[in-house]
Each structure stands twice: as structure tokens, then as C-alpha cells.
Write a protein that binds this ligand. Structure first.
Ligand code: PEP
Ligand code: MG
Length: 314
């Protein structure tokens, strides 16, 4: 029984037509990476690197970061590793990178904005990422990108770090952004020439689209990733990405089995989920007929609310 479950976990996820969908895992530690590999994840679609930076008095050095990234890479046994650069801000302050008090930290200096405001800290992380990318296939992902010049600046810094390090460009290095801000979702075509992939962070995208804070229990019913307004943004990302740029979803919506036909029907080709959800999401991909899913997804965009979308999906 166990052997069969193991074999199923490592079976690729393809739709009924045979279209491959990458089912990856979100990890925040080496233990998570081991769980992801055991669950049959194809890759780590989101490594939340914050764990290395929070609750300490000094920034982690590139060497220290490299050790931590290598440990995750080892646990993944050669699978691709998507390292998200530091995603902190006013709600998660760092003692060694003091920030001004903000009235609205979720609308403040967070994610890539924070990294660009602290270039020494950012370059140290880029160096560690470049070094691990010489050893295993790595994707680098920038969080909370709002405008194209932020991405262009981040890529310039990455290129400078690669040049200074002197080892050449790591052959498997891919560069992408998280799409978490509604304006960015609508401008995906403008970002596309600068990236290999985009990954939709539906947790933040939903909170910004509905102006409903993600951790606020009083708004939990409102902050629903199945809201047709959010789905239209996801649809805009898939259309803006064109055929060359891969579209992933790494927010919690990706781990909802019922949403698999909807997301793949809109054009999403990678789902990155909590490690324990990997087998069920792979199974949901295998049960999906894309042609049918695309028709239902198009209908979902015209529904009035999340409850109607949920009813369509079940
Ligand atoms: C998201 O916003 O959906 C996401 C995956 O990032 P995080 O939950 O770490 O903000
Ligand atoms: Mg986010």
C-alpha cells in the first residue's frame, strides 16, 4: 500500500489530454523540503527565505545563506528550487534594517521595495542565490513587484553580482516575479519580456483586490480567492504572459483541489502548495479535462460572487 502511494506520488501530473502541470511545494525550511520530496513534489515552487532573516540582531552572511539553501537543495534531491528574495516589511521589521513606522505596512516598504531600499542586504542574498544556482537548478523570484523599473533594477543588481562573483551565469538560472498586486496582474505583458516565469501570490493578490486584510478574522469571508474579481486578475496574468512565460500559482488557492480545473483552465501550468497537499493536487490535475475546464473557467469569470463560483466547481 505504501509502495503504491509512493509510486503515485512520483507519477507526473498530466491532464486527461496529456498536458503536464508542475505540482510544486511551498517550503520554509529544510524539514519542509524533505516533506515536499517525500510527498512527490516536482519542485520547490516557493522557498520563503524569511526564516533566515527574522528574529536576529545581524543579517545572515552570504556564506550562512548558502549553507541553508544547500540544505534545502539537498533535501530536494536535485529538483528545481525557487528562491524568493526576502519578503519583509513594516509588519515584519528587521532589527538590522530599521524602517520608518508606517500607518499601513501592507501598503508600505515591503518585498522587493525593501530589498531595493537596502542594496547591501539584497546583494548579499543575490550572491548566495547565484552560488547555489551553480550547483542545482534555481529560479529566483522577486516578491511584491508593482512597476517594471523595480524589476529592471533588481535584474541589474543580479547581473552585477554575477559579474563580480566571476563564475559566469549559472546555466539553469531562471528569473521571475510574484504577481501579488492588482496593477501588476493587469500589466503582465509589460513584465513578460523581463522574466522566464510569473507566480501568482493569491494570498496578497486577494487582500489587495478586495481591500480585505489577509489576517483579519472579521474579513475572512470576504478575502476569498474565488471571488470573480480575483479570477479576472488571474485570467489577465495568463493572457499577458503569452506562450513563453510560465504562469504558476503559489498562494493558498493553488492547494484547493476544487480550484485545479479553474486555474488550469485559465492557463496556469504550475501549482505550488503545502507539501501535504501535493498528492491530492496531482490527482486533481489527472482528473482534469482542459477543454471542459477552459469553458467552465470562462463562465466563472462572469459569475457574481465566490459562492456562485464554488457552486459551479462542485
Ligand atoms: C502570497 O501572497 O500568495 C504568497 C504566496 O506569499 P506569502 O503568503 O508569503 O505572502
Ligand atoms: Mg505574498
Amino acid at each position: 500500500r505504501r509502495a503504491r502511494a509512493g509510486a503515485r506520488a512520483s507519477t507526473p501530473a498530466v491532464t486527461r489530454e496529456g498536458v503536464a502541470v508542475t505540482v510544486a511545494a511551498n517550503v520554509g525550511s529544510a524539514a519542509d523540503a524533505r516533506a515536499a520530496a517525500a510527498a512527490g513534489a516536482d519542485e520547490a515552487g516557493l522557498v520563503r527565505t524569511e526564516f533566515l532573516f527574522l528574529d536576529r540582531d545581524t543579517a545572515p552572511t552570504a556564506a550562512e545563506q548558502l549553507t541553508a539553501y544547500r540544505e534545502i537543495a539537498d533535501a530536494l534531491g536535485g529538483r528545481r528550487l525557487t528562491l524568493r528574495t526576502l519578503d519583509v516589511g513594516g509588519d515584519k521589521p528587521l532589527r538590522y534594517a530599521p524602517a520608518a513606522a508606517e500607518d499601513n505596512p501592507f501598503l508600505g516598504v515591503r518585498g522587493l521595495r525593501h530589498s531595493l531600499a537596502h542594496p547591501a542586504l539584497f546583494e548579499e542574498q543575490l550572491l548566495a542565490i547565484v552560488r547555489v544556482a551553480h550547483e542545482v537548478p534555481v529560479s529566483i523570484m522577486f516578491p511584491m513587484v508593482a512597476v517594471v523599473p523595480e524589476l529592471v533594477r533588481a535584474r541589474q543588481l543580479l547581473d552585477e553580482v554575477i559579474r563580480r562573483d566571476g563564475g559566469g551565469r549559472p546555466s539553469g538560472l531562471r528569473v521571475g516575479i510574484m504577481v501579488e498586486i492588482p496593477a501588476a496582474a493587469l500589466k503582465t505583458a509589460a513584465f513578460a519580456p523581463h522574466v522566464d516565469f510569473v507566480s501568482i501570490g493569491t494570498n496578497d493578490l486577494t487582500q489587495y483586490a478586495l481591500a480585505a486584510e489577509r489576517g483579519n478574522a472579521a474579513l475572512a469571508g470576504l478575502a476569498d480567492g474565488l471571488d470573480p474579481g480575483v479570477l479576472r486578475l488571474i485570467d489577465a496574468v495568463c493572457r499577458g504572459a503569452g506562450t513563453r512565460v510560465t504562469v504558476a500559482v503559489c498562494g493558498e488557492l493553488a492547494g484547493d483541489e476544487a480550484a485545479v480545473p479553474l486555474l488550469t483552465g485559465l492557463g496556469v501550468r504550475e501549482l505550488s502548495v503545502a507539501p501535504p497537499a501535493v498528492p491530492a493536487i496531482k490527482e486533481a490535475v489527472r482528473a482534469t479535462t482542459l477543454d471542459r475546464a477552459a469553458l467552465d473557467s470562462a463562465r466563472a469569470l462572469d459569475l457574481p460572487d465566490a459562492a456562485a463560483v464554488r457552486a459551479l466547481l462542485t
